[in-house]
Every structure is written in structure tokens, then in C-alpha cells.
Design a protein around this ligand. Structure first.
Ligand code: FMN
Length: 190
């Protein structure tokens, strides 16, 4: 599969088959994460690979609690209906842990961005695309309180659990959500 095909074909997956992922595929996906760009090549990431259903359940419980909080604060009607059973279904979870002390030169500017978060996001996207190219699919999960995830996966206080990637063979893949047009999102300067 070529790169553009992988970018256009990848979909967020919220329904996984009960099928383990081969070890070689997990290693290849992690290798792709490590090749992501990062500010000053600080590589401000660590990955926790979880293949133990007890942890999936603990994570799902935490996400259900977050959903209640979000539903109450936002009033959004879709939140209580949002089914997160896929957390239990995913045979592999990859917790992406960022190190906020590992930003690049941008941290000294007037409006510094969080370089470590951007780098972790680049690593995540590499993993999602690599997974897709191997017949797997993924879900970038962010709907959790960081303190809950630190506790479940024993992550130090000074580290940032940026996201959790649910990985597996897809049982069902929905339609691609529509994208806005190039004209509405891009300004060309010539
Ligand atoms: C930073 C980030 C956080 C996300 N968090 C969640 C999440 O917590 N739960 C979820 O179901 N999807 C989550 N998603 C997936 C988006 O909903 C999804 O990418 C978007 O709807 C477009 O669909 P597609 O990935 O199939 O193209 C997240 C995506 C990103 C980039």
C-alpha cells in the first residue's frame, strides 16, 4: 500500500474483532512511531503496550466516568450515547506518554507551542497509518482524565499521557466522515 492510499483509507475504528495482533506487526508499528519528527530530535515520547484485558476494563471504567462529567458540563446529547465497548474489544492498547520537559527551541519564543505534544501526535499518526497498511485499524482515544490514566498504567506525575491508541483487526468500519473542501481551508499566496 502506498502512503497516499494509507492516508486516504485509514479510518477510526470503534468495533474490533476478537483476534490478537501478531507481535511482528506491533514491533513494526512502534518502529514507525520512533521515526516521527520531533523538535530538536528530542524524541519526547514513551509507549506502553498493553495486552491484558484487565487494563482495558479499568480504562473503560475511567472513560465512562469522564463521559458522565463531559455530558454534565457540555449538555451534548451524543455523549451518553457514545458507546465505548471498543475499549474492551481492542486486543492491544498503546499508551502514548509525552515528556513536557522535552520541548525544542520553540519554547523560548513569545507564544511557545508544546513541541512535545506535536511530536507525540506525529508519532501517533505514523502508527495509525502503519497499522492501516497492515490490515489493522485504530482509534485515537483522548476522552479520559489524565490522572486516571496515570494511576491505571503507573505513569509518573511529570509525564503526560497524551493519548491511548486502541488497535486491532476491524469488525466494522464506518463511512469516512465528510471533509471540508480545499477552497474553504486553504489560502494560497503566490
Ligand atoms: C486528538 C484526537 C483525539 C481524538 N479522540 C477521540 C476519542 O476520544 N474518541 C473517539 O471515538 N475518537 C477520537 N478521535 C477520532 C476522531 O473522532 C476521528 O479522527 C474523526 O472523527 C475523523 O474520522 P476518521 O479518523 O475516521 O477520519 C480523536 C482524534 C484526534 C485527532
Amino acid at each position: 500500500m502506498d502512503c497516499i492510499e494509507a492516508i486516504l483509507g485509514r479510518r477510526s475504528c470503534r468495533s474490533f474483532k476478537n483476534q490478537k495482533i501478531e507481535e511482528g506487526k506491533i514491533t513494526a508499528i512502534l518502529e514507525c512511531a520512533l521515526y516521527a519528527p520531533s523538535p530538536a530530535n528530542k524524541q519526547p515520547w514513551e509507549f506502553i503496550v498493553v495486552e491484558n484485558p484487565e487494563y482495558n476494563q479499568k480504562l473503560k471504567d475511567a472513560v465512562e466516568r469522564s463521559k458522565e462529567k463531559i455530558a454534565e458540563k457540555s449538555g451534548w446529547s451524543w455523549v451518553p450515547k457514545y458507546n465505548v465497548d471498543f475499549i474492551n474489544q481492542a486486543p492491544t492498547l498503546i499508551v502514548v506518554v509525552g515528556d513536557p520537559s522535552k520541548n525544542g527551541a520553540e519554547q523560548f519564543l513569545e507564544e511557545p507551542s508544546q513541541g512535545y505534544e506535536h511530536a507525540c501526535s506525529a508519532a501517533i499518526q505514523n502508527m495509525l497509518l502503519a497499522a492501516h497498511s497492515m490490515g489493522l485499524e485504530s482509534l485515537w482515544l483522548s476522552l479520559f482524565e489524565k490522572k486516571d490514566v496515570r494511576k491505571i498504567f503507573e505513569i509518573d506525575e511529570d509525564k503526560d499521557p497524551v493519548a491511548i491508541i486502541c488497535l486491532g483487526y476491524p469488525e466494522h468500519i464506518g463511512q469516512a466522515p465528510t471533509r471540508k473542501s480545499i477552497e474553504s481551508k486553504v489560502r494560497f499566496i503566490e
